[in-house]
Design a binder for this molecule. Structure first.
Ligand SMILES: *Cc1c(COP(=O)(O)O)cnc(C)c1O
Length: 429
């Protein structure tokens, strides 16, 4: 569920009219609902109540300081993938002792920074990295807390670019090799404290089955590592999928209630009810690393229609947001619903491509899609843009980054200013 809906023909985020925000702050404009973010966090937290757990929000999904601050105040930990993300978490008041550090390519500087800040665990992706971590920690006279990421070789059945748990992916250590690696580490690496085990099989999983398969496969290993080396946590990763199609409708409780159980998207209740019984007797602290689930449906990207261009084969609606602002359609064939912020009186529908101003054919938000008609000058919302949206935005084509707004009830706060032209050349000589 989420807090975007029409009220009196105008799309609102919580109590705030989005057309008004677009008029005041310009477009393209990211708008997030604080209430939705908190609601998603609490739902997932409640669904895992039956087991000792911690939610380590995956910062890369949306790393705005105000989003991090909100989640820190809810008691979230953080899963980071760079020194820069750790810096953000600390700036937002997050506690490094509740941070896990993922990623296949940590640099020495990042390792030193994270060690000095006292993070909870390095989630290591290879033996080479573990040995390097040992060496760096030793050189500082420190002991590095670590978990190794196991690749369970489970098919997450998601887009190939966001599947991570198969043997052919670059992530983690093969399931068959992991026990021997812990054994060598325990025997040889004196500056490593084996604190946990980690896995993450992919992103945007819309069925609970791959999670169940992975947990069933890896649980005996987790139990064994606890017995042998006293590990204290098992991170089962993130990856809970969200609704992209019918995104607007899925904001309401009625929509969910109207779905048969079998066709209902993955819910926290289902996730919890399938996984908690499998996890609760392990005696391990269970970490979750959700990113998209927390913030994805909690954000939209507002964009204004500039032109309508009728070609011989197609009609294009050219908008002022481009793939540099939201790259998911170009990168992952991502789907975002496109809805006008003012409900059209006519009810007219059109089949169009909605495209941006960037000089790339991949710069589109939809192709041959039937939409409510909208005209040049009108604003539309690209739904479900809260995750992997702004964080992937770039200055390509020398376009300033859009502003970000956080809505709480009837108040809207600019949580990141729109870039000015001078920002584009800052740092250049
Ligand atoms: C990206 C990532 C996540 C978050 O994935 P979502 O699909 O956004 O929940 C969690 N853990 C790791 C290691 C990741 O790389």
């Amino acid at each position: 569920m989420h807090a975007f809906s029409y009220k009196d023909g105008s799309l609102h985020c919580e109590e705030v009219d989005l057309a008004g925000l677009a008029a005041e702050h310009g477009t393209p404009l990211y708008v997030y609902s604080a209430g939705t973010i908190v609601d998603h966090f609490r739902r997932l937290d409640a669904a895992l109540a039956g087991v000792d757990h911690e939610i380590a929000y995956a910062v890369k999904a949306n790393s705005n300081l105000s989003v991090l601050r909100l989640l820190a105040s809810e008691g979230a930990g953080f899963d980071i993938v760079s020194g820069g993300e750790l810096f953000r978490v600390i700036k937002a008041g997050g506690d490094p002792a509740h941070c896990t550090f993922a990623g296949v390519g940590k640099t020495r500087d990042e390792i030193v920074y994270a060690l000095e800040q006292g993070i909870y665990s390095f989630n290591v992706e290879s033996e080479e990295e573990l040995r390097y971590l040992d060496e760096v920690a030793g050189s500082l006279g420190l002991v590095a807390p670590a978990a190794v990421r196991v690749n369970p070789n489970v098919d997450a059945k998601t887009h190939k670019y966001i599947s991570t748990g198969k043997s052919e992916n670059k992530f983690g250590v093969d399931f068959e090799r992991i026990s021997a690696l812990y054994e060598r580490a325990a025997a040889e690496l004196k500056n490593i404290r084996l604190r946990g085990l980690q896995m993450h099989i992919g992103s945007q999983l819309t069925s609970v089955d791959p999670f169940v398969e992975a947990v069933d496969k890896v649980a005996p290993l987790a139990a064994e590592l606890k017995r042998l080396y006293g590990i204290e946590f098992w991170s089962i990763g993130g990856g809970i999928g969200i609704i992209y199609k019918e995104s607007l409708e899925s904001g309401s409780a009625e929509w969910w209630e109207g779905k048969e159980a079998a066709e209902r998207p993955l819910t926290t209740d289902l996730y919890g009810s399938m996984l908690v019984p499998r996890l609760k007797d392990l005696g391990l602290r269970i970490l979750l690393e959700p990113g998209r689930f927390i913030v994805g449906n909690a954000g939209v990207l507002l964009t204004r229609c500039l032109y309508e261009k009728k070609g011989s084969a197609k009609t294009f609606k050219i908008v002022d947001a481009g793939m540099n602002d939201l790259i998911r359609p170009a990168l992952y064939e991502g789907h975002h619903e496109i809805v006008p912020v003012k409900q059209p009186a006519s009810g007219a529908r059109v089949t169009v491509d909605v495209v941006g101003p960037i000089c790339e054919s991949g710069d589109f938000f939809c192709q041959d899609r039937e939409l409510d008609d909208f005209r040049p000058g009108e604003t539309v919302a690209l739904m479900s843009a809260g995750a992997y949206g702004f964080v992937m935005a770039s200055n390509y084509n020398s376009r300033p980054l859009p502003a970000e707004i956080l809505v709480e009830g009837d108040s809207a706060t600019v949580v990141r200013k729109r870039q000015a032209l001078d920002d584009l050349i800052a740092g250049e000589l």
